[in-house]
Design a protein around this ligand. Structure first.
Ligand code: CO
Length: 218
């Protein structure tokens, strides 16, 4: 584990390594950002965003919270998505969960978690929506893994419910929303291959905020 002092030493080494390959690295990133990706992931210290995707500063706009939740009353995540879609024009929005997620695990326990209760409630709601499927999985570990995946899927749907995402997609053909799960035990990312266009079409009966008939567009 790195000591507190070590962090600054690491930082100086990092600056040196960046400048060694590109003398203008920091001047370039200081000018502006044009990330193609918005990444919404878990705060878990083991699930880094840039590292696991192998991307550099400037390539991905990042939001992380406990259990990668997208809640319409969370001003933080709403502001991040709005800025990323309307101002940065990101082409892809990724919601990335991970197996062994403590937040998801906590939501499966009958325990009072204090201030975390209303936050974890979002995951309990995902469980309720998919209760039949989840309860049919007898192995607790497998059920836990499936809830991680379903939580990602539901948070993707929450992203797709937003006016900024719907309107920009109908107008420009992006952003596309993706659901991923990171496997801590192997280091690999798994694409859940969600059908973005199908989800978009399925939810429009109730959540259409575009003021247009999408059938005429697509
Ligand atoms: Co987590």
């Amino acid at each position: 584990m790195a000591s507190y002092e070590q962090l600054f030493e690491n930082n100086r080494n990092w600056v040196a390594s960046k400048l060694a390959t590109n003398k203008e690295f920091f001047e370039k990133i200081a000018r502006e950002q044009h990330p193609d990706y918005l990444y919404i992931g878990c705060s878990d210290s083991r699930v880094t965003a840039e590292d696991l995707m192998g991307v550099e500063p400037g390539e991905v706009f990042v939001h992380r919270n406990v259990a990668n939740l997208v809640n319409a009353t969370d001003l933080n995540v709403m502001a991040v998505i709005n800025y990323a879609v309307r101002h940065l024009n990101v082409k892809h929005i990724i919601v990335c969960g991970h197996y062994n997620c403590g937040g998801v695990k906590a939501a499966m326990q009958p325990v009072d978690m204090g201030i975390l209760n209303p936050w974890l409630r979002n995951i309990r709601d995902v469980y309720r929506l998919h209760k039949t499927e989840l309860n049919n999985i007898k192995d607790v570990e497998q059920r836990y893994r499936r809830l991680v995946e379903l939580n990602v899927e539901e948070q993707c749907i929450n992203v797709i419910k937003l006016a900024s995402v719907q309107q920009t997609y109908v107008e420009k053909g992006f952003p596309v929303v993706h659901g991923w799960v990171f496997d801590l035990k192997t280091g690999y990312l798994k694409d859940l291959n969600l059908d973005f266009v199908k989800i978009l079409k399925d939810i429009r009966e109730i959540y259409n905020l575009t003021g247009t008939n999408w059938d005429e567009k697509k």
